[in-house]
Ligand binder design. Structure first.
Ligand code: SF4
Ligand code: ZN
Ligand code: ZN
Length: 343
């Protein structure tokens, strides 16, 4: 390969199709870091002194998030959380231990937990029950909702100001496209970095690597020598059909016209900015079982509803709430003391 287009000294190892640049390892990693920093600053995602709870699965995207964020924000104010899903052969405790060791090298605190610890069941147990009960819901849906809930739970518990997740440009553009196809206007606005959470009980979420392509996070993680799992999740091919189709279609478009996904998200960012910033947290109805926020007209939150359909009536988090709801009480105290957010 040719010489790096930026430094003109080192050998290029990456061809960045959407810019036409050929980059050496150092210039490529710096390019990603600068873009993450620019995105954080553009939307003022993170302010100095804030405590950030970071989802660290140990996958390529989460390493990029940790590596770039710790260069921008004080690692002493970052808490990484690794959630073990409980999928046979995937993301086992031994691997999570390696993730923990690596996280500590960055000087961040680390919490290890699992879907089982929160709900009382591993993801595999939930999926098995769901299938037995004839519930046709993708394991990724259970997985995504549970992980979001667990992150928010710990964010409240540790008084974090924000949660940071490692959604990349491919994830974000797929989600936006699906929201457009479904006509889900609110979902689309909620994706925007200017929008605030639906309820004061949800800690604001940021996605600092939302403008980094998935191939770039994979390359960054590889060049950076991060520990990556060799096994793939056994449920990867059971992802919701619409998501799989949109994914394929967007890849084709990007292949034919490099930069398409980036332009798509940039356009949405500009178009939706004003509307998204009008969305404010509101007091929402609370789930009868677990006390978490739910939408108007619903008895249960999404997670309780799905678990109930899968035949799980009394998940552990709901039992903990029934016994006292300590975490929610603590959180209410904190937000009312702060004088800002309240129910
Ligand atoms: Fe979870 Fe689906 Fe990812 Fe597997 S592929 S870890 S089930 S989101
Ligand atoms: Zn270079
Ligand atoms: Zn609930």
């Amino acid at each position: 390969m040719a010489t790096c287009s930026v430094c003109g000294v080192r050998k290029a190892v990456v061809y960045q199709k959407h810019t036409g640049l050929r980059l050496c390892k150092e210039c490529f990693m710096e390019n990603v870091q600068m873009r993450v920093k620019a995105e954080i600053e553009r939307w003022r995602m993170i302010e100095p002194g804030e405590t950030i709870l970071l989802g660290l699965s140990g996958g390529k995207d989460s390493w990029v998030l940790l590596d770039t964020l710790t260069q921008i924000h004080d690692p002493g104010r970052i808490i990484a959380v690794t959630i073990i899903e409980g999928i046979p052969g995937y993301n086992r405790r031994e691997y999570a231990e390696r993730v923990r060791m690596k996280a500590r090298e960055y000087g961040v605190d680390h919490i290890m937990t699992s879907i089982k610890e929160y709900t009382g069941y591993t993801l595999a147990e939930i999926v098995e029950r769901a299938f037995k009960n004839g519930l046709r819901v993708s394991p990724c849906t259970f997985c995504g909702i549970s992980r979001r809930r667990i992150l928010n739970h710990y964010a409240r518990m540790y008084g974090a100001d924000k949660t940071a997740t490692a959604h990349n440009l491919d994830d974000e553009s797929q989600a936006a496209f699906i929201n457009l196809l479904r006509g889900d206007w609110e979902g689309l606005l909620r994706q925007h970095p200017q929008s605030q959470p639906a309820s004061p009980l949800i800690v604001p979420r940021v996605k600092p690597i939302r403008k980094i392509y998935e191939w770039e996070t994979a390359t960054y993680a590889y060049l950076g020598g991060f520990p990556l799992q060799e096994t793939e999740c056994a449920y990867i091919n059971l992802m919701p059909t619409l998501r799989a189709r949109v994914r394929r279609a967007l890849y084709r478009l990007e292949e034919e016209r490099p930069g398409t996904l980036l332009r798509f998200m940039e356009t949405l960012d500009t178009l939706l900015e004003e509307e998204a910033s009008k969305l404010k947290p509101q007091p929402l109805p609370r789930c009868e079982k677990c006390g978490e926020p739910t939408s108007h007209g619903r008895r249960l939150c999404k997670l309780c509803e799905l678990l109930e359909k899968a035949g799980i009536q009394r998940p552990q988090y709901a039992e903990a709430y029934r016994r006292g709801g300590e975490v929610l009480k603590l959180y209410r105290l904190r937000v009312s003391e702060g004088g800002g957010r309240d129910e």
